[in-house]
Design a protein around this ligand. Structure first.
Ligand code: NAD
Length: 288
């Protein structure tokens, strides 16, 4: 077992839907966790999201009050990347954009110790490509959680071409130690789940675009008859339509515009209108 020692601090960059959940998972496992977001408001929201989740767990009798307090005590908001220096594992969960991720990892390399592990929660971008501009690409690995991270069991650990086996193994074992069902995947576009899920969203969007049925009917069919926990439109609204559209574009372009992965104009319209789903109050459904 080569899981990261519990005395090793972890850092999470981005306190949005995913970052907050990942920080909660790491702090629940027993690590000291530093959380950074470029938006102070997002950072506050992320920490309060964790607090609310844990308070509900106490109310439901799933957690002791003292454990909730201990987890919250291990979480530390920081306002500069420099404060992440003690971290041995940094998990990035910021915007799904290659250049932005490369820039942040580049800055981190100058701050962290040489053996610190850099992990990206990217849904679809190539770990090889993110790592290509780094000084130590062997330290970069994909650690892909699912939404909501404290509840969803799966983590995909992705090796880029340069990722060292040792780093990939530590992250794999750490994920297992954090209670996750963990699988290795290569750095192919969308990895395993997001690749296969493109069809779930894509075909549902095509049915809607052709006027075959409305969103609620399609969702009901997949949920009630198909046995899926969520229909494609409610799931996209939970993921965030901005995030899901970025993933659709990234997979489509990575496969040289293969028509199987073509993003939908409906998605484009949703994003253009700022209808990102639950987080913005409106998406395929109205949450206001
Ligand atoms: P989000 O929009 O909810 O949160 C992103 C956060 O990152 C925001 O709070 C933003 O302020 C912050 N941020 C953006 N650029 C930053 C920077 N340069 N430095 C510091 N903070 C920055 O997005 P999300 O849904 O949490 O997605 C984050 C990442 O996780 C993306 O790569 C996404 O593809 C991936 N992901 C998302 C899901 C999902 O279901 N939403 C699932 C798995 C993986």
């Amino acid at each position: 077992m080569t899981a990261l020692d519990l005395s090793s601090p972890v850092a999470v960059i981005g306190a949005g839907a995913m970052g907050a959940g990942i920080a909660q998972v790491a702090a629940t496992a027993g690590h000291t966790v530093y959380v950074f977001d470029m938006s102070e408001e997002a950072l506050e929201r992320g920490i309060s999201q964790i607090s609310t989740f844990l308070a509900r767990s106490v109310e439901k009798g799933k957690m002791e009050e003292a454990d909730k307090d201990a987890i919250l005590g291990r979480l530390h908001k920081v306002s500069t990347l420099e404060e992440l220096k003690p971290a041995k594992l940094v998990i990035e969960a910021i915007v799904e954009n290659l250049d932005v991720k490369r820039k942040v990892f580049g800055q981190l390399e100058d701050i962290l110790s040489d053996d610190a592990i850099l992990a990206s929660n990217t849904s679809s971008l190539s770990i090889t490509e993110i790592g290509a501009t780094l000084k130590r690409p062997e330290n970069l690995v994909g650690m892909h959680f699912f939404n909501p991270a404290p509840i969803m069991k799966l983590v995909e650990v992705i090796r880029g071409l340069a990722t060292s086996d040792e780093i990939a193994d530590i992250v794999f074992d750490t994920s297992v130690a954090w209670g996750k069902k963990t699988v290795f995947a290569k750095s192919t576009p969308g990895f395993i789940v997001n690749r296969v899920a493109r069809s779930y969203y894509g075909e549902a969007l095509r049915v809607a675009q052709e006027g075959g049925a409305d969103y609620a009917t399609i969702d009901a069919c997949l949920r009630e008859a198909g046995g899926f926990r969520m229909g494609p439109f409610e799931l996209m609204d939970m993921i965030g339509n901005d995030v899901n559209f970025a993933v659709s574009n990234s997979v489509y372009n990575a496969y040289y515009q293969d028509p199987r992965f073509k993003p939908s104009l409906i998605q484009q319209e949703m994003v253009a209108a700022g209808r990102f789903g639950r987080k913005s109050g409106q998406g395929y459904y109205d949450y206001r």
